[in-house]
Structure formats: structure tokens, C-alpha cells
Ligand binder design. Structure first.
Ligand SMILES: [Zn+2]
Length: 164
């Protein structure tokens, strides 16, 4: 079931849309390879008719399965809009497509969800990432540096000694 409402039902009263929107309707796959939607979108919306538009307000919630960009651990990310609102124009250039008196809110919801996707998903803000053996080696090499330098000086001293 898409996220539809009938304009005729709005003529005298507001309409409440609450329930779940299947992921197949949202089509979120392939937007970000680190982020996958897990469960249907929970929505609890009130639709109100204005003169030239329709105002939709309410709550949206979607659970995402994310992969941490630093340590690759999978974790759940809850995307919540506690006071989502959207003005759907019924006239003008941006007017919504109306078919059989029905308006589909899915594109509006989808757009805001995609915009709210975490840009750099982290399992926790302080995630230090995977322990990298390369970095450990580099540190050892770094500490070995000062030891090598005196030996280089020693070599130089030997050359000097030979000269004298
Ligand atoms: Zn992490």
C-alpha cells in the first residue's frame, strides 16, 4: 500500500494516515552501500487541506542497518522525524500529480529520508576504527629512526677517522 490519501476525503475534515509503508514502496536500495533500510517505514501523519495546498504533519520512523565507516561493524540507526511536515502544492509549477483524486506522499517522504541518511555512519561517535597492523609497524619504524641516525653518524665518523 503506497502512502496515499484521497483529496475528496479532505474536503470537510483532516485525514489521518498511520501505519507502515513497505520498503518496496520507498525504493531505498542502492542509495548508499553502507546503509540499508531494515523494516517498513512507520508513519503517523495528519493531512489537512489548505486552499492551494495540502499540509502533512506528523511522525516518521525508519530503522536503518548501517555499516560503520571506520570499523565496518554493523549497527542499527533509528531515523526519526518527530515533527515532520510537508506542504504539497495542488496548483502551480510544482503541483503534485493527482490520480483518481489521490495524492501519493511517498516521493516527499522518500526525499526527506534520503537527505537524513547519516553521511558518515559511525557505530559510536568515538569509534577508533579497526586496529591496523600497518600503523603499528609504522610506529615501530618511527621509533627505530632515531636509533638509525646515530649509527649513520657513526658511519660518518668512521669515514672521518679513515681520512685522518
Ligand atoms: Zn565503528
Amino acid at each position: 500500500m503506497p502512502l496515499l490519501f484521497n483529496l475528496r476525503h479532505l474536503e470537510r475534515q483532516t485525514v489521518t494516515l498511520s501505519g507502515e509503508l513497505p520498503l518496496s514502496e520507498l525504493d531505498l536500495d542502492g542509495i548508499d552501500e553502507l546503509i540499508h533500510a531494515k523494516s517498513p517505514l512507520q508513519h503517523d501523519l495528519v493531512v489537512e487541506r489548505h486552499e492551494r495546498s495540502v499540509l502533512v504533519q506528523g511522525r516518521l520512523e525508519l530503522k536503518l542497518d548501517c555499516e560503520c565507516v571506520r570499523c565496518l561493524k554493523r549497527f542499527e540507526y533509528r531515523l526519526t522525524f518527530d515533527s515532520w511536515s510537508c506542504l504539497v502544492p495542488l496548483e502551480g509549477e510544482d503541483k503534485v500529480l493527482i490520480s483518481n483524486d489521490c495524492v501519493d506522499l511517498t516521493p516527499y517522504v522518500r526525499e526527506d529520508i534520503v537527505l537524513a541518511f547519516p553521511q558518515h555512519p559511525l557505530c559510536e561517535p568515538e569509534c577508533r576504527g579497526l586496529p591496523k597492523p600497518e600503523i603499528g609497524k609504522a610506529k615501530k619504524g618511527g621509533s627505530a629512526g632515531p636509533i638509525e641516525r646515530p649509527s649513520a653518524w657513526a658511519e660518518l665518523d668512521k669515514l672521518k677517522l679513515k681520512r685522518f
